[in-house]
Design a protein around this ligand. Structure first.
Ligand code: NAP
Length: 301
């Protein structure tokens, strides 16, 4: 029996682990994919205080080592259900494993949002990707496109422009939501073409992606492509825990600033929490707040 189990090994979850361990609690972090969460896919982070520039993977490695050095145990498992029966919470995993704890911190992050195009799922891994850092190297010397107008899309386009022959950035508006510094860096690349007020309407290719049809401000354009990188934000995946949470229409878990949920002993932290600013800094802040709230709750029951 653990004092605290943290679901999700991203910045919020690993920070929560550091704080809960330092408060003397027995802590387990359960992660289903890879530790570090979304930040592990960021080529360069330049807005984390204290680090002028650091790669997402290095930051993820440091967070994990710090949590483990403080005594956190870790498991690679997919939690499919949390049962809250009396004072004990039981976590059921896809493998059949079960873990029990008195308090649970849900820091499950968010998963990439899909564009919702016909055959998008079928062509994923066959030219369609949601991770330029993971898959960009396969497209050296090729023609690719990135969809989106946030910092992720701008960063992905910058990264791909270093090794690809041509990069199109397809954004549905005239202006970018992402950081101005990234947009300015992109405008200086001569192998990048930015298509504004543009939307991908169809994916071309049978067994693998060969191109896309784009509506560019009312004009139909066909782009021949080897790869399409979709970076249109993320959405939470909390359906499995819905009975214990108050989810808003977009699927985020409502919780007060102290990260408490309507279920006693269940806390929520990071990108899956309903809030207005989702940044690395706000994720780690949530992790600290949720852990301290969980410690206070454990010590009071
Ligand atoms: P985001 O900021 O939510 O941006 C998503 C982009 O995708 C927006 O431009 C949005 O368009 C577009 N979009 C959404 N749905 C779409 C659809 N169905 N079709 C076409 N376009 C669509 O997501 P993000 O870029 O992944 O960033 C997430 C968070 O991480 C942000 O807070 C960001 O600042 C942060 N981040 C920071 C860094 C960094 O500092 N190094 C790097 C990456 C991300 P609209 O603009 O029209 O809504």
């Amino acid at each position: 029996m653990y004092d605290v189990i943290i679901i999700g090994g991203g910045p919020a979850g690993l920070t929560a682990a550091v704080y809960a361990c330092r408060a003397g609690k027995r802590v387990l972090v359960v992660e289903k994919d890879g530790f570090g969460g979304q930040i592990a896919q960021s080529p360069r982070v330049e807005n984390f205080p204290g680090f002028a520039s650091v790669s997402g993977t290095e930051l993820a490695d440091r967070l994990l080592s710090q949590a483990m050095d403080q005594g956190a145990e870790v498991e690679l498992e997919e939690v499919t259900e949390v049962r809250a029966e009396g004072a004990v919470k039981t976590l059921c995993c896809a493998s059949g494993a079960q873990f029990t704890a008195r308090a649970v911190i849900l820091a499950a992050g968010a998963k990439p949002r899909m564009l919702g195009l016909a055959r998008e799922e079928e062509l994923t891994g066959k030219g369609v990707s949601y991770c330029a850092v993971c898959d960009g190297a396969f497209y050296k010397g090729s023609d690719v496109a990135v969809v989106g107008g946030g910092s992720s899309a701008l960063q992905d386009a910058l990264l791909l422009s270093e090794s690809c022959r041509r990069v199109y950035l397809i954004h549905r508006r005239e202006s970018f939501r992402g950081e101005a510094a990234l947009a300015a860096a992109l405008a200086r690349r001569d192998n990048v073409e930015i298509l504004r007020s543009a939307q991908v309407k169809a994916l071309l290719g049978e067994d693998e992606l060969r191109g896309v049809v784009v509506d560019c401000a009312g004009q139909r354009r066909e782009l021949a492509l080897d790869g399409l990188f979709i970076a249109v934000g993320a959405q939470p995946d909390l359906a499995a825990f819905a009975p214990l949470l108050a989810l808003d229409d977009a699927g985020y878990a409502a919780a007060a600033e102290d990260c408490r949920t309507p279920t006693a002993g269940l806390f929520v932290a990071g990108d899956c929490r309903k809030k207005t600013v989702r940044q690395l800094t706000t994720a780690v802040a949530d992790g600290a707040v949720a852990a301290l709230a969980a410690v206070e709750w454990l010590d009071s029951v």
